[in-house]
Each structure stands twice: as C-alpha cells, then as structure tokens.
Design a protein. Sequence first.
Length: 134
Amino acid sequence: MNLIKKLKWFYQRGKTGYADCDWWDLHTYLCNIIIAGLTDLKEKGHGCPNEFWNSDAEREECKKWIKTLEEIIGGFEAGKLLVDHNYVYIKKEISVDGVNYYKYEYDEELAKKLSIKFDKGMELFKRNFMYFWD
C-alpha cells in the first residue's frame, strides 16, 4: 500500500479518531474498536459498576461485570462475522465429469445464531454504555 496514504490515514485517525479508509467500511471499523477497547477494559480494568459488584465473592467481586463485557464483546465478534459474509457460507465440494468444483451455500441457521448473539450484545452495549470506564 502507498506510504503516503498510510501516513495520511494515521494523521486522520489521530485528529478525528477515524480515517477516510475507515468510513468506507465503518461498521467493521467500529466493531474492531469496540472489541479491542472492551477487551482491554475487561482484562486491565480495576473495578466495576456498583450494580455488578458482589462483595461476597472475594477476589471475584466483578465477575458479573466481566461476564457482561464478554457477552458484549462476543456480540460484536458475531457482528464482524456477519459483516464478512464469507463466514455465513458453507463450502461444498461437487464433482462434474471428474472435475472438482466448490459451491458456496448461505448458512441461514448460522446467520440467525450470529444475529441473535449480535442483537444480545448490542442490547447489553446500549444498556451499559455509561459504565465503560475505569
């Protein structure tokens, strides 16, 4: 890739948080940012919102919060798979006159499961948005 474009995009991200190349596929860019940010919050965070705090669970006081973050992250990972349609297609090998070909069929069941997981993650994301701090 062109070094000048990479430098331009680096500068744009520093200035606005995204670059021209990001808004061409903004949903994937946002999924990546949210997954990375919430993963760091989950792994490096020091506390959790009061409603998730369990004072009876010594050393695991924030276990409910960690679980919620994992579900949100999983939802956005499912969203990424839906965006990249290759993951919802089944590769089938067929043979015609002794020559092998590949046929791809849409996996409706997998797409539905991923959509449900994404929707659940989005609902939790919306419900807990104001808690993404440390």
